[in-house]
Design a binder for this molecule. Structure first.
Ligand code: SIN
Ligand code: CO
Length: 413
């Protein structure tokens, strides 16, 4: 099966289902970044994709980001009520946990487990470059991370057990936090709505809506989280581009200078000159598309690649085997899989196709449009899907294979 990038009837129906029957366009118009939405039975008969002990196993690994949050209900003051420990953990840490009031949170589980990465496909009514990761938490009875505000959109999927969510009625411009608390917990929180989520239910929470989820018995929550570049990063990157083109010789010039009545005065003409110069450096779409594509596909900071690098020779040989043996008649067909942590996007530009892979840009001709649609659309590609694009794009595919953006396997989850 070759999944294409187009919104096919299949994916459209899938989006509709996960939105509780709502048209994805209506969701974007009425809820996305606007207001919370509870979707009952968004994933009917959902079975957790990770068992609690597997999640705990991941939290023992040094390359996995994890946290343990414990609420001390008997704490003397608010600052001591929420306690935070960061991973990696040891079995001893888990043994020392109390019966109730704790949560283990594991970041980017989708980058390590293909079955969790596959869950992201359900949310492709939002462009790929907006998705961040799937965090999974396991909570004991009454476990919670306290009332808080996030800067990002999140779909909270109940994966196991039950959880009561309370959500604020409007986005918070500024939050007042408990001082001295290692977690960003709100000093006061007034809920506008409260829901009990069961397995398969989803709660969508837009950025800056305060929320507080408390586990009712043991439970797991999957947070499908989104990212968006900060305004500071956008400006800084734009500035970096400008700075790259400026030399020491580029300076304020004032051939328009007139005699002033006071030599110490900075005249409005000087300020106007500066403003006019700044305005003449407006960003233009042709430049922005290059750095923006790289920015939004850049990997999570500090993450080491999770693969063994291949030599070019090994990658070429492997790709050759995939093309040759991986036909439909093969007993064990080989598939080209996108690595779970790969970030791929493209821009259909005026004079070509810009392909962005993990923060790198590849400039391709206009003819590459169909190829890029397949490459950036499918998480799993069989050789038949690629046949029309070979040998033209073979060297690009081999280098992506070598870089670990894709891998070849005969094992499907
Ligand atoms: C959790 O899973 O415990 C917390 C998720 C969140 O509130 O963002
Ligand atoms: Co949150």
């Amino acid at each position: 099966m070759n999944r294409q990038s187009k919104v096919t009837t299949d994916s459209y129906d899938g989006f509709r289902q996960i939105l509780g029957g709502m048209d994805p366009q209506a969701f974007l118009r009425d809820y996305w970044q606007k207001k919370p939405l509870l979707i009952r039975n968004a994933l009917p008969n959902f079975k957790t994709l990770v068992q609690p002990n597997e999640l705990a196993g991941l939290a023992l690994e040094s390359e996995v980001e994890s946290r343990l949050v414990t609420e001390k209900v008997t704490a003397k003051n608010k600052a001591q009520r929420w306690q935070l420990k960061t991973g990696p953990f040891t079995a001893k840490d888990f043994k020392a946990l109390p019966k109730t009031h704790w949560t283990l949170l594991v970041q980017a589980v989708d980058h390590f487990l293909p079955q969790v990465a596959a869950l992201r496909e359900r949310f492709r009514f939002i462009p790929d470059w907006r998705i961040d990761d799937v965090m999974i938490s396991y909570a004991s009875d009454q476990g919670s991370v306290g009332p808080h505000v996030d800067n990002y959109d999140v779909f909270l999927l109940q994966g196991l057990g039950m959880r009561r969510w309370q959500v604020g009625g409007a986005p918070m411009a500024e939050e007042i936090l408990i001082e001295g608390c290692p977690l960003r917990v709100l000093r006061s929180f007034k809920a506008d709505q409260s829901f009990e989520l069961h397995v398969g239910d989803i709660l969508y929470v837009p950025p800056r809506f305060a929320h507080w989820g408390v586990s009712l018995g043991d439970g797991m929550t999957y947070s499908i989280g989104f990212r968006s570049p900060s305004c500071a990063d956008l400006l800084a990157t734009h500035m970096e581009q400008l700075l790259a083109n400026l030399g020491e010789q580029d300076r304020l010039t004032d051939p328009w200078l007139k005699l002033q009545s006071h030599p110490a005065e900075i005249r409005p003409e000087a300020i106007k000159y500066v403003v006019d110069w700044l305005l003449s450096n407006q960003p233009n779409p042709n430049e922005v598309q290059h750095w923006f594509g790289k920015m939004v596909t850049s990997p999570k900071t500090g993450k080491e690649p999770g693969y063994e690098a291949l030599s070019n020779k090994e990658a070429r040989a492997l790709f050759g085997r995939y093309v040759k043996q991986g036909s439909r008649t093969a007993k064990k067909p080989l598939y080209l899989m996108r690595s779970e942590d790969a970030r791929i996007a493209f821009i259909d530009a005026k004079d070509g196709v810009l392909l962005f892979v993990n923060g790198e840009e590849f400039l391709l001709s206009k003819n590459a449009k169909n190829f890029v649609a397949v490459l950036a659309g499918a998480f799993r590609i069989n050789p038949a899907g690629l046949a029309p694009f070979l040998p033209d794009y073979e060297s690009l595919l081999v280098s992506l294979l070598q870089a670990g953006v894709f891998y070849i396997t005969d094992e499907l989850e």
